[in-house]
Structures are given as C-alpha cells and as structure tokens.
Design a protein around this ligand. Structure first.
Ligand SMILES: [Cu+2]
Length: 161
C-alpha cells in the first residue's frame, strides 16, 4: 500500500514536469496564435492616436511620409513600403541611411520581420522591403534616418483593421 502510494506520487510528479516542459517548449509556436490574441482582447488603441502618414521627425530635421504598395495594409503578408524624406523646408533627402524598427507598444513585441531599406529610388524616395504585421491592432513603425551627418527618428502610428 505504501509502495503503491509512492509510485502514484512519483508518476504524478513526473507527468506534471513533462506537461510543464512541453508547454514551455510549445509556447513559441502556440503563443502568437493562441495566447497573444487573447491577451490583446480588451486593449484598444489610444483614442487620440495620430495616424498621419506624413510626420516631422522628432527633432524636426526631416519631413517623412510613407505609402504601402498594398492598400489597405495587409495582415500576415510581406509587402513593401515607399518612404519619402524631405528636409523641413521641402528639399528631397537623397543618400540617407535608414533603419527600420517597430512593434505593438501595448503588447510589448516588435515586428515579426526585419524590414530593410533596399533601394534609394532618388528624389527622396526609398523602398522598404520585408514589412509584415501579424496581428490586427495598434502598431508603431519607426525610422532612424541618417543624412548629411545628421540623425533623427520618426515614429508612425497605424491601426491594422
Ligand atoms: Cu501584438
């Protein structure tokens, strides 16, 4: 009887450990499509969110605008953007080095891809490839722009619906 009890306890403990380890291993796979959408359930974007597609950069150095090659912005699809950069007084900025970043600020995660500026199209236009949004909701897309020895950042807000 005592031995049986011990066996049952050991079996239960081992089973529990296996289930926990399995769950941890599966988290990256089931997380995005199961747990994450539940988590976002009751969070809505700020009511006064500025979703302009043309913005002045943080320090006022550049006026930046974007357009997506698929409209409306697609869910779960890799697509490209074109961004246009001018100086504050309207001169196209050519030859800039641009880094792309972003994510969902209310969910604490970044972009699912690592978009890159792949082409300087001239006249202040740049091609951004590898854009992807894997969830509906409030996203930020940030560009760090370096041109003529000056650096500035701009953050676009957008709602994918
Ligand atoms: Cu999210």
């Amino acid at each position: 009887m005592k031995k049986q009890t011990t066996t049952i306890i050991i079996t239960t403990v081992i089973t529990t450990i296996i289930v926990i380890i399995g769950f941890i291993l599966l988290m990256p796979i089931i997380g995005p499509r199961f747990i994450h959408p539940m988590m976002m359930g009751n969070q809505s974007a700020p009511a006064d969110l500025d979703t302009s597609t043309t913005l002045l950069s943080d320090a006022g150095l550049f006026r930046v605008s974007y357009s997506s090659d698929s409209s409306p912005l697609p869910l779960n699809q890799i697509h490209s953007w074109t961004i246009h950069i001018e100086t504050a007084d309207g001169q196209p900025v050519e030859g800039a080095e641009i880094l792309v970043d972003g994510g969902m600020p209310q969910h604490g995660h970044g972009l699912p891809t690592q978009p890159e500026v792949t082409e300087d199209l001239g006249n202040g236009d740049y091609r951004v490839e590898g854009m992807k949004f894997q969830m509906l909701g409030f996203w930020e897309v940030k560009f760090n722009i370096n041109a003529d020895g000056q650096s500035d950042n701009v953050t676009f807000n957008l709602i994918l619906e």
